[in-house]
Design a protein around this ligand. Sequence first.
Ligand code: SF4
Ligand code: SF4
Ligand code: SF4
Length: 224
Amino acid sequence: MKNVNDLLSDPARRKSVEAFRLFLQLTGLAIFVYFGSQSTIYVILLSVPLALLFGPVYCGWMCPRGLFQDIFARLGRKVLGKRYNVAVPRKYHPLLMYSRYALMLFVLVTLILSELGLLPESTGILILEGLVVIMVVSILLSFFVDRAACKYFCKEGAAAGLLNLVSRKKIRRAASLCISCGICDRVCPMWIEISNREIVTDHSCVCCFKCVQACPVDALSIDE
Ligand code: SF4
Ligand code: SF4
Ligand code: SF4
C-alpha cells in the first residue's frame, strides 16, 4: 500500500490528490454553512489534534477560506500572469507576516477588556464586524497575492501556525537528493524558503504539502 509521501510525489496521482483537497475544502465549507458560528467548535475539535500531530493541515486541506483564496489565486494567475504575486515586495514579507499575530493579540486583548467591562459593550461587536470585513477583503486580495488572508490577516491561522513549532511530523529535505531547482520555494503559497532548510518548521506553513508534490526528485518528505 502506498504511503502519504508516495501519493503526494506521484505525478500520475496529482489530479486525484487535488480532487481530494477540493472535496475536503468543500466539506469544510458545508460544515461552515450548515452550523454557522457553531462550526468554530467543531473546527477546533478537529483541527487542534491534527495540528499537534501534523501541523495545521486544516489550513492546507479543509479551510473554506483557503478554498476561496485558492480559487482567486487561480484566477489571478490566469489574468495577471507574471504580474501575479508581486503586489507585496518579498523583502517586506518577513516583517509583514507578523501582522496576523498582531491582529490576534489585538482581538484577544480587546475582547478580554470588553468582557471585563473596561470597554463599551459595543466594542466586541465592532471588532467582530471589522474582522469579517478584513477577512472578505483579504480573501479578495488573493487575486493579486497567493493566500493573502493566511499570510497577513488570519488570527486563527496565526494560532494554528504556532502549533507548527511543536507538531510531531515535519517536512524534511534530503540535501543529498536536492538539485537546488527552487521549485519548492516557488510553489509555496506562504513564501517559505524551503530549498535551504533541512527541516521545514516554519510557523507560517499551512501544511498544504504542495512543496512535497512539486519536488521533481522526491527530496522532500513528511515524517512517516
Ligand atoms: S490561515 Fe486562516 S484563512 Fe488561511 S487556511 Fe488557515 S484558518 Fe483558513
Ligand atoms: S512549506 Fe510546503 S507545506 Fe508548508 S506552506 Fe509551503 S508548500 Fe505548503
Ligand atoms: S524542489 Fe526539491 S530538488 Fe528542487 S530545491 Fe526544492 S527540495 Fe531541492
